[in-house]
Design a protein around this ligand. Structure first.
Ligand code: SAM
Length: 280
């Protein structure tokens, strides 16, 4: 890759710009450009697509995305120390990389990018789940993105793709699988990062469905599954008491025995329950 884009190896970038990793910003950098190129390829065909990248850091994945032919990359980075390194990448890809210094939680990508849009990121673990839930639960569907290719702790990645009956099945699995196809496409050991985190990581690729698998209101479904799994060992009639006094009737109307536990309930049944609640 150093040969492809004429830019220096990432270890030199880190040294020259004094980018010692900050724990408070969730900084675990990927320095192997072959690996970042491989992650970029998991994002699908980028030619003709704009890409949102959250937390580019020293720019390893950014370089992969640009080398894969992204039409334009919007990179949102909170750490101002990374900006000079990212400016060097911008210079190597004139007009293709737009860097914003700021918090990804406060950016509206549509102000900067034109569909079709793909999202790719080695996310800071502390904001990763929050961003994913936000990207999965807009009121209207389809969303601004066509696909999400995101690094998570392996444990979180497994929760996103989990099936009913498994211990990992919960709110993340339901929200992800309701409106998207989700699969784990890569696993990475701690040593792939500098500094090495304590946990293993995995890349999840999610493709937005044209329409949700089953009809439901996003806010109601999100509240129901949040409450159901908040007390996952309780029977649903108890765990969902917070949803109102008629919850047992709603459960029965949705075809769910009130004595069932959240772990056993399918996505289809949760959507039926969300519709019953919304109707009342
Ligand atoms: N993508 C780089 C890589 O693969 O080497 C860096 C990954 S590091 C795990 C996460 C990056 O996200 C850091 O550069 C950190 O400064 C940045 N970051 C943390 N919180 C952020 C936020 N709320 N918005 C934007 N960037 C953030």
């Amino acid at each position: 890759m150093a040969q492809i884009d004429g830019l220096p190896p990432l270890s030199d970038v880190i040294r020259d710009h004094e980018l010692s990793a900050k724990k408070s910003l969730g900084q675990n950098f990927l320095l192997d450009l072959n690996l970042t190129a491989k992650i970029a390829r998991q994002a699908g065909d980028l030619t003709g697509c704009d890409v949102l990248e959250v937390g580019p850091g020293p720019g390893g994945l950014t370089r992969g995305l640009l080398a894969e032919g992204a039409r334009r990359v919007l990179a949102v980075e909170k750490d101002p120390r990374c900006l000079p390194a990212l400016a060097e990448i911008s210079a190597a890809y004139p007009g293709q990389l737009h860097v914003i210094e700021g918090d990804a939680l406060e950016i509206n990508p549509l102000e900067h990018l034109t569909p079709p849009i793909r999202v790719a990121a080695n996310l800071p673990y502390n904001v990763g789940t929050e961003l994913l839930v936000r990207w999965l639960t807009p009121k209207d569907w389809p969303p601004f993105w066509q696909s999400l290719t995101l690094m998570f702790q392996r444990e979180v990645a497994e929760r996103i793709v989990a099936a009913p009956g498994s211990k990992k099945y919960g709110r993340l699995a339901l929200l992800a699988q309701w409106r998207a196809d989700a699969r784990i496409v890569m696993e990475l050991p701690p040593e792939a990062f500098v500094p090495a985190p304590k946990v293993h990581s995995a890349v999840v690729h999610l493709t937005a469905l044209e329409k949700p698998r089953f009809e439901a209101d996003a806010a109601v479904l999100s509240r129901v599954v949040g409450a159901a799994f908040n007390q996952r060992r309780k029977m649903l009639r108890a765990a969902l008491k917070v949803m109102g006094p008629e919850i047992e009737d709603h459960l029965r109307a949705a075809g769910i025995p009130p004595t069932e536990r959240a772990e056993q309930v399918s996505l289809e049944a949760f959507c039926a329950l969300a519709r019953e609640i919304a109707r009342s």
